[in-house]
Design a binder for this molecule. Structure first.
Ligand code: MSP
Length: 506
């Protein structure tokens, strides 16, 4: 029996708090998720990419109060800034969920009710510390010098009647699930952290707040609103139909990866699967856990006050310049030191000098020596094997959610093509077969590079595509078909154009 089933691939980003406009840290996770999705589209998979905004909770209520507007007015003014930033950064999401949307409230209430009916939510009294910036409760020994371990800011003592999710009942089930799914976390070393946390003993967590009004009322007790994390985590299922479209939900759950930052691993890898298990829903297939972008040793965050607006960098480096820097510079999973000098140096070396130079050289020589028309590659070119290796290793890098490795592999082909030109010096040759052959090989390498680099550089690879005379949308290419050596067609007009990546000085 043959099967025509198209592989599905779905990912989510965290939904970002709308207490302020997006910064480069938010953009980092979103760009990674976008590039991974673009790669999977090039594989011909049916991709679903969900992002959105987290709009309830005390932090938002306080931010609105500080501006003297209602929480709804406040979130309505900030959420579009995220949509705008993602559009400017060329983020191709399929759905953007705001937790103030009716579809979300319906699903959150259904999930709460399911856990309540399963007997896993009960009334109790909470006494302890709360960090508003994290929207998280801490036990005393988690505090560092009496302060929040993430934000290094004072916590608030809270004592109130809350509904609790009986997380403590899920230790064995969670450990069994992780034992059965040993590859669910990437990078893999995060698994030990999660298992260690579960084994250290799980405390029940509060799922409601009585003193807060800005949230979704519990279906069985409207004097409480849902705790913002319970509300927020549910976005991953409410967006795809949980509570509103059961067929769509079952067709699209579980997702392949939740992309998250390392500070929210406990919510995502312990609370969330337990909540789902309680409601009779399968946990997600996996999580891709990123490190932080840091500046001078501190996490970039609103609380620290060291934010960089990604949009401020676009005028100088182009959208693709920013995307490329964060994708290529930092190994996904580890912290990365974000510096202006690092951005300039990465841009100059990889984009201006390597890729930009290759494209410019090719166009110049084709114009001077080949009458401006591209020539055909040779089947036995030395670049053919460099291309095959680059395709295989780039594929591996994206499959492992290691964009920096994938791009390094793609850049190996750029370097091979530049060396090939330097060795053959077609600019010194007379027009004729020899130069045509060298340029055909170089054009073919550039065509393959453009496809492989497309997830990172969607705008400039389209530009390269057109400059070498190819038509249509480069992102409609398919890796397994279109990266096979030997397909660049002779006779296409090759245009030089302005430098793709003008060099920068610090
Ligand atoms: N609203 C919660 C998430 C709920 S998901 C159900 C939240 N929001 S947040 O606005 O604080 O964004 C958190 C995410 O933004 C992090 O997990 C991470 O993916 C990203 N980042 C925020 N600052 C970052 C850095 N400085 N560096 C890298 N990523 C960062 O937590």
């Amino acid at each position: 029996m043959t099967s025509n089933t198209i592989t599905k691939f779905s990912v989510t980003t965290p939904i970002y708090y709308v207490n302020a406009k997006p910064h480069i840290g938010h953009a980092y996770t979103t760009i990674i998720a976008d590039a991974v999705c673009r790669w999977h589209r090039l594989l011909g998979e049916e991709v679903h990419f969900l992002t959105g905004t987290d709009e309830h909770g005390l932090k938002i209520q306080q931010a609105a109060e500080a501006q003297g507007v209602s929480p709804q007015q406040f979130v309505d003014s900030i959420a579009p800034l995220f949509e705008h930033a993602w559009d400017r950064l060329n983020i191709k999401y399929d759905d953007f969920i705001r937790t103030t949307e009716p579809r979300h409230a319906v699903g959150v209430r259904k999930l709460l009710q399911a856990c309540y009916d399963a007997g896993d939510i009960e009334l109790d009294v909470y006494r302890g510390q709360y960090c508003v910036a994290c929207e998280a409760y801490f036990v005393d020994d988690e505090l560092v010098d009496g302060k929040c371990p993430i934000h290094n800011t004072p916590t608030t003592y809270v004592e109130e009647e809350n509904y609790f999710f009986r997380l403590s009942r899920f230790e064995d089930r969670l450990l069994k699930w992780y034992a059965d799914h040993p590859n669910c976390l990437t990078p893999g070393n995060r698994l030990n952290e999660v298992i260690g946390f579960i084994k250290s003993g799980l405390n029940d967590f509060s799922v409601s707040r009585k003193t807060l009004t800005w949230g979704i009322p519990l279906p069985w007790d409207a004097s409480h609103v849902a705790y913002v994390w319970f509300d927020a985590l549910a976005n991953y299922i409410t967006a795809i139909g949980y509570g509103t479209d059961d067929a769509a939900f079952s067709a699209n759950w579980p997702v392949d990866y939740h992309f998250i930052g390392k500070e929210i691993i406990r919510f995502h890898c312990v609370y969330w699967p337990a909540m789902l298990m309680s409601a009779g829903i399968e946990p997600p297939k996996g999580w891709a856990v990123g490190g932080w972008l840091i500046i001078s040793g501190e996490k970039i965050s609103k609380t620290t006050g060291n934010v960089v607006d990604p949009l401020d960098l676009i005028d100088e480096f182009g959208v693709d310049g920013i995307r490329y820097y964060v994708l290529a510079e930092f190994a996904y999973g580890s912290d990365g030191n974000f510096t202006y000098e690092g951005l300039v140096s990465r841009y100059n070396s990889d984009l201006a000098n390597n890729l930009g130079n290759l494209a410019a050289r090719i166009a110049t020589v084709v114009e001077k020596k080949c009458g401006g028309l591209g020539t055909a590659p040779a089947a036995d070119s030395v670049l053919a094997s460099a291309a095959a290796t680059a395709v295989a290793e780039t594929s591996q890098g994206w499959a492992n959610v290691q964009p920096s490795r994938a791009l390094e592999a793609t850049w190996s082909l750029i370097k091979a093509a530049n060396s090939y030109l330097e060795q053959n010096e077609p600019w010194k040759m007379e027009s004729g077969d020899a130069v045509d052959r060298v340029m055909g090989d170089a054009l073919e390498a550039l065509r393959i590079v453009a496809i492989l680099a497309n997830p990172a550089l969607p705008t400039t690879t389209q530009e390269i595509w057109e400059r070498i005379g190819l038509t249509g949308n480069i992102s409609d290419s398919r890796i397994n078909i279109d990266t096979v050596w030997g397909q660049y067609p002779a006779g296409r007009l090759v245009a030089k154009g302005k430098p793709l990546y003008p060099r920068k000085t610090v």
